[in-house]
Design a protein around this ligand. Structure first.
Ligand code: ZN
Length: 177
């Protein structure tokens, strides 16, 4: 009978908190270099045998709890920093990876400052042609670069950022936040 193998990711879902070393120590474990890095595979039967009595280590449980608390704090802060937009009548919540919210949680911004940034981002993206202008500026510059390249000129990429900064400044000035 051929042995059925499962991947490291699958094994870690079943044996929560198991380390790579522990997986590799399993009878029949395979370890080789794949196209995208190290590949670890283990026999399903070994994983199931171990799963019958497996208890996640304390450190793993604590880390999971810490991550859960962190996510909850972030969610709470997102709710706190949300606001009702007078222009579209929408209740606007910061993005799930909002830097402003993270800065607020780290104590580098007050709630008011955080909300102002969230508001600014919403106004910019939803109520101005910011995205379109940024896109147009980048495209214009991109075409110029292609032309310069064809003409054999050296280009380091910095002007696109400059162009975008200019558009951003112009819009922020217009918004007077
Ligand atoms: Zn709005």
């Amino acid at each position: 009978m051929t042995q059925e193998y499962i991947t490291r990711t699958e094994a870690k879902k079943i044996l929560r908190g198991i380390t790579d070393q522990e997986l590799l120590a399993m009878p029949g474990a395979m370890h080789y270099k794949g196209l995208w890095g190290d590949v670890v595979k283990v026999p399903r039967s070994e994983v199931e045998k171990l799963a019958a009595t497996w208890k996640p280590p304390e450190s793993y449980i604590r880390e999971q709890q810490r991550l859960k608390n962190e996510r909850q704090m972030f969610e709470r802060a997102r709710r706190e920093a949300s606001f009702l937009c007078e222009l579209c009548g929408e209740k606007v919540k910061p993005q799930s990876d909002s830097t402003a919210v993270l800065s607020f949680l780290q104590g580098r911004l007050s709630l008011e400052e955080c909300r102002r940034l969230v508001k600014g981002a919403h106004m910019r993206h939803k109520h101005t042609d910011y995205d379109m202008l940024i896109g147009a500026a980048a495209e214009k510059r991109y075409n110029e670069i292609q032309k310069e390249r064809r003409e054999g000129m050296y280009y380091d990429g910095s002007d696109v950022k400059y162009e975008i900064q200019q558009v951003r400044k112009k819009i922020l000035r217009g918004l007077k936040l």
